[in-house]
Write a protein that binds this ligand. Sequence first.
Ligand SMILES: Cc1ncc(COP(=O)(O)O)c(C=O)c1O
Length: 443
Amino acid sequence: MTDLIQKDLTYNWHPYAQMSIQQANPPLLIEKAQGIKLYDASGQWYYDTISSWWCNIHGHLHPGMVKAIKQQLDQLDHTLFAGITHKPAIELSERLINITPDGLQRVFYSDNGSTAVEVALKMSVQYWRNSGKSKKSKFISFDRAYHGDTAGCMSVSGEGAFTQAFTPLMFSGYKIPTPYCYRCPMGHTDKNTCATACIKFLEDALNEHADTTAAVIFEPLMLCAGGMLNYPAAYLAEAARLSKEYNVHLILDEVATGFGRTGTMFACEQAEVSPDFLCLSKGLTSGMLPLAATLTTQDVFNAFLGPLGSNKTFYHGHTFTANPIGCSAALASLDIFAEEGILSHVQELSQELRKGIDIFNDHPLVGDIRTIGTVAAFELVKDKKTKEPLPGNDQTIRDIYSKGLENNVILRPMGNVIYLFLPLITTLEELRDIISRTHASII
Ligand SMILES: Cc1ncc(COP(=O)(O)O)c(C=O)c1O
């Protein structure tokens, strides 16, 4: 064990980690990164198969990104964003409004995915209060959702290991069954013929609770931490229609799905949906710097206007709101999308991924294969017929992770799901290599 790892084990506390077993399973000491590869201190390399926590888009250290950050560092590093503004934030807001669905006209910055969601939740609740409808303060969300780790985000996420210790901190809301096609809550067996019948759960919840509901909050097209559960665009389109009909906001959390991940710039485009709030982070800066944005409509913005002392102000902000270096990184990332034709490459990559993963079909442990954009997920089961899940703490899953590292792929499991979440610039050749190394690791 190196000195640095020893110090890491002495001083650091890693997220989601049982630190009592870290001595036996020390973290990888990553020294450098280039393109879609990470290199550790011993010289071993790994494909960054989870896009460094679902945020890397253009590969590591893309020269265009590095240049933009360096240039910004010669100009302005950081300043507060209250009573002060700056060019990178102004330009970025204009660009975000131009590339997101019509109707989104205002940008509120923060610095991570959870804060982007908290801002949307708080804005929605205060919108109704400012509009004389304070009773509308609850949220409808999926029972397997994940929207972040702060108290508000946990409250609208599914219950489980991530939230169970914190229930005293959380507020109540209305949870509806997730459109989890492999384990359909309606008992259907074919998602092509079910006509998204499970939308009924949302309609029932709205019917019963619309007068106390501020918003419906969803991850559009794919619940990521829920196990990469993708669902039909038709469900989202109908959910948007119902939200309007019942006069509740629609919050779309595109923290993980935004910026090309599902094949289009934003997942909601595939359902032709424009939400009342759109939450962005992760891929916003191609994963280089912490930045987040919550976009909303002019109608929402207007509800916060009033004379001083009218109590309509949105009292929320963060130290690093609209950090200029982060904004410059985001602008550079948007330039690269256009200059390098990233979205058309994603189409090709996605098709190849869909074909390539066919080889997992025959694997006795792989019960379901899900794919969208640059994401592929393999749900592991004990028995394909009964669909009994392989327990998340099963040794097999830990062995797959270790085998993956030996094969230069990072297959960090989520419960009984192993997945690939690839940087958008992954070449077709790299993709084939990654698929074959992943196949060799699922023993
Ligand atoms: C859909 C979604 N929302 C919110 C978050 C929280 O983002 P962060 O970890 O930056 O707080 C995540 C993180 O994975 C996410 O996947």
